[in-house]
Design a protein around this ligand. Sequence first.
Ligand SMILES: [Cu+2]
Length: 468
Amino acid sequence: MPLLSRRTLIQGSAVAAAYGIGAGIAGRFGTASAAPKPVGIDAVLTEGMIDGKTATKKLMTYALAGTSEPGLAPVLRMRKGEEFAARLSNRLDEPTTVHWHGLRIPNAMDGVPILTQPYVYPGDGFDYRFTPPDAGTFWYHPHCNTLTQIGRGMTGVIVVEDPKDAVFDAEVVLNLRDWRLGGDGQFIDQYKARDAAKSGTFGTVRTANWQSQPDYDVPAGGFLRLRIVASDVTRIYNLRINGAEAVIIAIDGQPLPRTTPLDMSVIAPGQRLDLVVRMPESEGASVDLEDIRPSRPKTIARFRSIGASLKRDLGDVAPLNPNPGVEPDLSSATEVPLVLSATAENSAENSICGSLGFSFWAINKVAWTGDSADPTAPLAEMKLGRTYLLNLQNVTPHAHPIHLHGMNFKVVSSSTGTVAPLISDTYLILPDERVQLALVADNPGDWVFHCHIIEHQKTGMTGYLRVA
Ligand SMILES: [Cu+2]
């Protein structure tokens, strides 16, 4: 099996070797100014153990070129401000693309079929090349036939390193997701129409890094940096740490100005959470990452203290280095109304990137799936460099993690009460909530804006903002 062993000792810089690819590619293959050697990323079909009983066939994943037994997509390690290049080779039997979720990169590299690039057909490839401006935890996934391709495995974590970041005693990257498997371990229908019209169809098998409750050994009394990505198509998590104290250092890849003690944190599809956990003193003591939504705690992953205590003090964790950003000028902001609603339309819309055959959702009364050959008009046309205030209103009885490509926004106000002024690319808007998201339109292009509950995205809750 290509999966990592169930118990993996993770310590310091061993992480990059165990989990990802080298970050210093440019350094190894040429001078700093030379173009980086592309990382070969193959989109492949494979099979592997997901439910612990039977090998699941027809998994889809990303593998580094030449990998003989593909499994969990590799963690891609990049460096803030350094160019990264990847050559996608499509070895699936259907078109695909790669979207780099949360990275503020040029529109032509964004991976949305029709809108930003052609479909990558089976046997073809596509060269991606960009410089990530922000350090943090991000992820990559297809933007074509997304429910099937993500549902069957195509989600990988991106770690953008900042050489100035503090080094912790251990780091674990967790890719959280579910699978729609039957009792025989094989895929069942990826969705039920009646659930797509509500909060989405849930998986039957829950995993972290393609394993059920994986265990990790971490130095006792040490700092564990946890990079958590919710890459599932449907599930919203209420995460807590049981057995240790922890602080939040970043949300959606963006550092918090002050570390915040973790009580419970909600992360929805597309979102990320970076924690520092202070491991217990005594060898053998275990710490659980738990999901308490809806109520009964479910262990996601377990961490065990090993060795003599490093005697760290959580009060010593400093905030991460801030990412560069542009402060929105609210005094000159143009308001953009965006109403998320259900729609009565029930038309099927054929697409090379797959169709669920229904329209259940809409933005400003228009239902669009985001990857059809007949793009609708943009939701708004924005002038490069100006500030906009997205006045988002959810008139549905369901929560929607709304994701914007290519730019970050700042949460300004919400009808639910006081909000933290978070910088993000994904906002979980609650039923009946109104929220104001401010952004500086600093990246030219057509940027998709969609719900990351993929059934909602693919049945109409998609639009795009044009910046020119
Ligand atoms: Cu939604």
